[in-house]
Design a binder for this molecule. Structure first.
Ligand SMILES: [Zn+2]
Ligand SMILES: [Zn+2]
Length: 406
């Protein structure tokens, strides 16, 4: 009994020390978050943020692998103790066109390096390895688009015991869900002809695209209601002049669902809509389809630990069971990480509830007193959680079991 008590106290002390180590870096973390806000870089071009983050990690004693897996702005920084579990915190640092850090990735970057460095200092006597992984182009732009998927495909996450991160939002929560997403591009080929003088000689590719567009939307009626199906599409090309029957038309669709298998079924159905429209009009169609991001696979043992480390700091964090019961809204390449190793995300409240995502307003929230304070609380929650993982390996064992059985 005594031994157990001592062990508990030790973890508590370690976590307190992780928090202090985050506080000790406050000036630098705020500087980094503000600098990135002032100097936003688009996905796959985050060279300055990449240099700043890797240099800071190296200065703090991490061994940094640059250009991870051939991606020019990806990195993996490692703080390694005696042989033990490998736990990771993920950084994102890409901005958006027109709205700068309108997704708040400047706070993800600052909190990731702050928590990694703090946890490494606090847990320096524990066996194990703490990784800070730099994952560029989350918003899907350029050659490193969806870099976490590239890493997943190359097996990078397969020997990671737990991966965590945070994302700015307008509320506090842990274990947010995400939809898997596929993209489809339908290219219809017909025959041009004079639209009035010789319409019978034409094959109208726009009619084919319109039929495919309508048929795809009609799929909604029969959609499984528990699978959170979302279909959104546009017609990107539909002819050059109204007196010519168009010989080329193009549609693009995004198909999303929380159920990976059902998503494949629905993508096949959308493809059939294109084929049917081609048959009906006599046009030819080529469908290009690609999986973008996987849905988020929740890991309850990790969620509970991270949630507690937010709650213990007195923030009003959403009940994690309610979050799990809620509807997933968007998609992220972090979903692919969660399909490969135990992983959970969290969100931090940086501004008023009515602030839209991907907006100039959200970017501005990231550098207010409230936003920067939220970043510090988030960094502490992540740091405490990393330390707790190394101090109590049974959590990682539970997480692995949960991962394998769900
Ligand atoms: Zn975003
Ligand atoms: Zn984002």
């Amino acid at each position: 009994m005594d031994f157990y008590w001592i062990e508990l106290v030790d973890v508590k002390i370690l976590k307190e020390s992780a928090k202090k180590e985050v506080d000790a870096q406050k000036k630098r973390l705020v500087e980094i978050a503000k600098w990135m806000y002032e100097n936003p870089e688009l996905g796959s071009e985050e060279y300055k943020a990449y240099a700043m983050l890797t240099e800071e990690l190296e200065r703090q004693g991490a061994k940094v692998e640059r250009q991870l897996l051939g991606m020019p702005t990806a990195f993996c920084a490692s703080f390694k103790g005696k042989k033990g579990p490998r736990v990771a915190v993920l950084a994102e640092y890409d901005a958006l066109p027109g709205v700068g850090h309108g997704c708040g990735h400047n706070l993800i970057a600052a909190s990731a390096i702050g928590s990694g460095i703090a946890a490494a200092r606090a847990a320096k006597d524990l066996p194990g390895e703490i990784l800070v992984v730099g994952t560029p182009a989350e918003e899907g732009r350029g050659p490193s688009a969806g870099s976490k998927v590239v890493m997943a495909d190359k097996g990078f996450w397969d020997d990671v015991d737990a991966a965590i991160m945070l994302h700015p939002a307008t509320r506090w929560g842990v274990g947010g869900k995400a939809l898997g997403i596929w993209q489809l591009k339908m290219e219809f080929k017909g025959q041009t002809s004079h639209a009035a003088a010789s319409p019978e000689k034409g094959v109208n590719a726009l009619n084919a695209a319109t039929l495919a567009y309508m048929a795809t939307h009609m799929l909604r009626q029969e959609a499984r209601r528990d699978a959170n199906l979302v279909i959104h599409g546009i017609i990107t090309e539909g002819g050059l002049a109204s007196n010519i029957i168009p010989d080329r038309a193009v549609c693009e669709f995004g198909v999303r669902s929380s159920d990976e298998k059902y998503l494949v079924t629905m993508v096949d159905k959308v493809e059939k809509c294109a084929e049917g429209a081609a048959i009906a009009t006599g046009a030819q169609v080529t469908v290009k389809k690609a999986k973008l991001y996987s849905s988020m696979k929740p890991n309850i043992p990790l969620i509970k630990v991270l949630w507690q480390n937010y709650a213990d700091q007195g923030v009003d964090v959403d009940d994690w069971q309610e979050t799990q019961a809620g509807i997933p809204m968007a998609s992220t390449d972090f979903g692919d990480v969660s399909q490969r190793c135990p992983a959970t995300g969290s969100y931090i409240g940086i501004g008023p509830d009515d602030t839209p995502g991907h907006s100039r307003q959200l970017a501005d929230c990231s550098v207010t007193k409230e936003g920067l304070e939220a970043m510090m609380i988030g960094a502490k929650a992540l740091a405490m959680t990393l330390v707790e993982f190394l101090a109590k390996p049974e959590i990682l064992k539970d997480a692995k079991e949960y991962f394998n059985s769900h």
